[in-house]
Design a binder for this molecule. Sequence first.
Ligand SMILES: Nc1ncnc2c1ncn2[C@@H]1O[C@H](COP(=O)(O)OP(=O)(O)O)[C@@H](O)[C@H]1O
Ligand SMILES: [Mg+2]
Length: 582
Amino acid sequence: MKPELFHKPFDPPNLLRYMLRHTRVLAAYLSWRILSILVTVPFPVITQRIVDRSIPNRDYAGMCLYTCYGLLLLLIHYGAMRIALKELSSNLQVMMRAMRARIFQKLQFMHFGFLDKTQTGRLLSKYAFDTQHIEGAMIPILFNVIPETVRALALTLVLTWVDPWLTAFVLLTVPVFAIVRISYFKRIRRSNRAVRLARERLTGQASEFISAIKLVRGFGQEPEVRGNMENVSDDYSASRQQQMMVNQSMNVMVFMMFTGLNLLAVAFGGFLAIQGVLTIGAIIALVSALPVILNPINLYTQVSIQYLLGSESYQSIKEVMDSGYVEKWQGKEKPSPLRGKIEFEHVRFHYPEKEELVLHDLDLTIEPGEHVAFVGPSGSGKSTTVNLLLGLYAPSEGVIRIDGVPQERLGMRYLRRNSAIVMQDNILLSGTLFDNIRFGRPEATNNEVVEAARLANAMEFIEQLPEGLDTKVGERGVSLSGGQRQRIAIARALLRDPKILILDEATSALDYESETLVQEALNRLAKNRTTLTIAHRLSTVRRADRIVVLSHGRMVESGPYQELARREGGAFHSLLTAQGEA
Ligand SMILES: Nc1ncnc2c1ncn2[C@@H]1O[C@H](COP(=O)(O)OP(=O)(O)O)[C@@H](O)[C@H]1O
Ligand SMILES: [Mg+2]
C-alpha cells in the first residue's frame, strides 16, 4: 500500500456504515443465513395443521406427511447453516486481517511526531484489542440480530395468515415487553462500565507491580503493595457483585414476562376459541411463535452494549487511520549508485511538539567517503542531526540533499536501505543472534554473518555461549549486556555494507579495551563510505577526517582533529581539557 493512500479518510464514519460497506463481502453469508432462518418459519403452521386437521380427523397419513415436511425443512436448515457459518468465519477474518494490516502499515509510515507522544501500549491496544471488539460487535449482529429480526417479521406474517387476531395480540405484547427490557438497559450499561473501569485499574495496577517486583522486594515494600492491590481488588469485586445483581434481576423479570405473556396468550386464545373465532391449533401456533417474535428485543438490548464497545473501538482505530501524521516523503528519485554526499543547507529544526529550536541554521557539506565526527555536550543536537538526515523528521526550514537530491524528491526507503545506524541503546528482535545480525542483510551467507560478528569483536563473547550464534535472545535482548548488544548491532550494520554509516555513541557501552578493538574495526570500515560518528569519548574520533563541534544546536567549530586540538580557547580544545585529553 502506498503512503499517499493514507491521506484519504479511513472508510465510513461509523461501525454500522463500515458493515454496510462490506455487504458485498457478506452477501453470500447473509443469503444462506436468512435461508436457514426462513425454512424454520412454517413450523407453527405445521403444528397448527396437525392439531386442527390431522388429530380431529384421525388422519395418520396426514400427520406423517406434516412431520416429514418439518424434518425436510430441518435438513435444509442444517445445510444452509453450515454453508453460512463457513462463509461468515472466513469472510469476517478476511475483513479483520485487512484492518490489522492497514493499522500496522499506517504505523510503519507514521510520523515520529505522533509516535513520540503516543504510548506504545495504546497503539498496541488499537492493533490487538480494538480490532477484537469490532469483531465482537459484528458477530452477534450478523449472526443473530439480522436473521432473528427477519424470522420475527416472517413469523408475524405467517400468524396473520393463520388468523389476524393472533397478530393483534402480538402487536399488543411486543411494546410491553420492549418497555421492560429497555428499562434495564441503562442499569446494565452502567454496571458493565463500572466493571470495565475497575478491571482496567486492577490489571493496570497488577501489571505495574509485577513488572516492578524487583523494586518492591528490594525495598521490602510488599505489605504496602499488597494493601494497595487488595483495595483495587475489592473495588472490582464490588462492581462485579453489582453487575450480577442487575443481570439476575433482569433475567428474573424477563422470565416472568415471558411466562406471563404466554399464559395471557393461552387465555386470550381460549376466550376467542370459546367464542368460536379461533381454533385450538391457532392458539398453539401463537404460543410457539411468541418467544421467537419477542427474541429480537432481547437481542437488541444485549447487542447494543457490544455494539457500543465496538463503535468506540472503531473510532479509536479511525483516529489513527485518518490522522494526517504520515511521513511527508513521497519522492521517487534513487541516485544509483549512491555516492553518499550529504549537504545540510541552512537547516533549522524544532521537534513537532516543542517550539524551541534544536538546530539553528546548520550548514554543512559532507563529501562522499568522508568520515565526520560530531562532538558536543549532550543535548546539543547530535542525534537530531542524524535523525534529520535519515528523514525521521523533516527540517522546519532549509533543505537536506543527498547526492544533490533534496529529501522531498528522494526515495527515502532507498536512502535508508543504503544506510546503517548503530545507536547507544540497540534493539534486538526476538530470535537468535544469527537472525539479529542477518536482519541487516537477509540474503547474506552464513560466512558473511560470522565475518561481520568477528569484525565487530562480538565473536569472542558469542563463542562463550553454549549455543553460539544460535543463542536465542528475548524481545529486549535482556540476557545480553549493553556492550554485547552494541557489538551485535555493529555486526548488523557492518553486514549491511552501507553507503552511509551512522554511529551514534555506538561504542559508549563498551569498556575501554573492547572499545579500542571495536573502534579499530569501525575505522577500517569507515573507508569507502560516508561515515558520521557521534562520540562522547573524544579519543575515539582521532581518525575522523573532520570534527564538527555542536553546542546548543549550532555548529561552533569544524576541522581536522589535530588542528582543533591545538586551538587554545576553542570549543574542541575545552572539551578535550574537560576529558583530560589535552
Ligand atoms: N523526540 C524528541 N522530542 C522532543 N524533543 C527532543 C526529542 N529528542 C530530543 N529532543 C530534544 O532535542 C535536543 C537535542 O537532543 P539530541 O539531538 O538527542 O542531543 P544529543 O544527541 O546531542 O545529546 C535536546 O534538548 C532534547 O531534549
Ligand atoms: Mg544523542
